[in-house]
Design a protein around this ligand. Structure first.
Ligand code: MRU
Length: 364
């Protein structure tokens, strides 16, 4: 994706071939800051503090984090420790676990002296795979959207959180078909829900759609049902942090409510689900661990100080001492999902639908 005219990914190797560069997403949309990861601790911190976020990008960052860890010691014990540290950063997105499992298994097979270079190679391989998957999702999703675009002057898509290129290495998952539609000349407009408490919709999705020139409107989360009832939406399109082998979907908190409202209003609800986000070991969404984050994300809100281009401020919203729960994700049951858009095509959100596309991964 181009940022200010320059092709930009969300994570890449620095020219020294060692350190890893990321876009610090906690600074967006008000500042575009590139941060450098030089150690396991840097990578773990970037994941925990959500300088990088979004399931596919979390997976690739963890892989590079393991490569950085191997530079300061590649014994079996150090490998185990690094995997543990990285796994603990974000519990819901399966990409993180899957990436670490993949690298760990490969590194265990090679001598210590080769572990650094093998880890970097595998991290780069996962990054390229993510981009290729998203490119395919863009095309499959575009074919779903085309007929909907014939209904009226504008194609109206609603999304939640950020499942755009910022959530991946490049291109995005849920927003990939939107970009493909826009690039193909379809008049697409996106309803972006702000996505409290961290506001990935308002801060990140609005920013990246704006960078690409895609018309969009931000609404508060609570307005989504109303906008759907007004008949202003042709399709809801969201991402996933973990999809079970039977098609239940864990995604950013608030996704379930959108799926319920979409069903009630007869609007199709699609989930862009690269196979890297499918957990073939689980069938039931209720078994997916749901991340609970700091109360401060709810008690306070951050932003740019009015009339000041540079300073970011944090403002307290709640009475001091108020008890809060900060669930990061919720589960949308497969029955509310109209289809899963994978890199191999679109399928029903069901064991059979997924098994038809991924027979080698589905279990009996
Ligand atoms: O907490 P986040 O910002 O990492 O959550 C991201 C989401 O929920 C996305 O919708 C999901 O990862 C899919 S991203 C392609």
């Amino acid at each position: 994706v181009n940022v200010a005219g320059h092709p930009t990914r969300t994570i890449w190797l620095a020219p020294n071939g060692v350190t890893v560069r990321i876009i610090d997403q906690t600074k967006l949309p008000h500042a575009f800051v590139i941060a450098e990861l030089a150690s396991l601790a840097d990578a773990a911190d970037a994941l925990r503090e959500m300088r990088v976020r979004g399931a596919p990008l979390i997976g690739v960052t963890a892989a590079y984090g393991l490569a950085l860890a191997m530079r300061s010691g590649a014994s079996d014990a150090q490998l185990e420790n690094a995997c543990e540290v990285l796994t603990a950063t974000r519990p819901t997105a399966v990409n993180l676990r899957a990436a670490l499992r993949y690298l760990r298994a490969a590194l265990q097979q090679v001598p210590e002296a080769q572990r650094v270079s093998v880890a970097y190679d595998l991290a780069a391989e996962l990054a390229e795979r993510d981009v290729a998957d998203n490119r395919a999702i863009a095309q499959h999703g575009l074919e779903l959207l085309r007929p909907l675009a014939e209904k009226r002057a504008r194609l109206e898509v609603m999304t939640h959180c950020n499942a755009g290129w910022l959530a991946t290495v490049d291109i995005g998952t849920a927003l990939a078909p939107v970009y493909a539609a826009h690039d193909a000349g379809l008049p697409v407009h996106v309803w972006v829900s702000e996505t409290r408490p961290r506001n990935q919709g308002a801060s990140l999705t609005a920013w990246e759609l704006g960078q690409h020139g895609v018309p969009h409107t931000v609404i508060v989360d609570n307005a989504a049902g109303h906008v759907l009832q007004l008949g202003n939406v042709d399709a809801v399109l969201v991402g996933t942090d973990r999809t079970t082998a039977h098609g239940d979907v864990a995604n950013k908190i608030g996704t379930y409510l959108k799926a319920l409202a979409a069903r009630d209003c007869g609007v199709p609800f699609f989930v862009a689900a690269p196979s890297s986000s499918i957990d073939w070991s689980l069938t039931v969404g209720a078994d997916i661990p749901i991340e609970e984050r700091s109360a401060r994300e709810i008690t306070h809100v951050g932003g740019r100080a009015e009339g000041d281009d540079d300073s970011q401020v944090s403002v307290q919203l709640l009475p001091s001492g108020t008890q809060v729960s900060n669930f990061g994700f919720d589960i949308t049951p497969a029955r509310l999902v109209s289809g899963l858009i994978t890199e191999r095509g679109v399928c029903a959100a069901s064991a059979r639908g997924l098994a038809e596309l991924f027979p080698e991964s589905a279990r009996g």
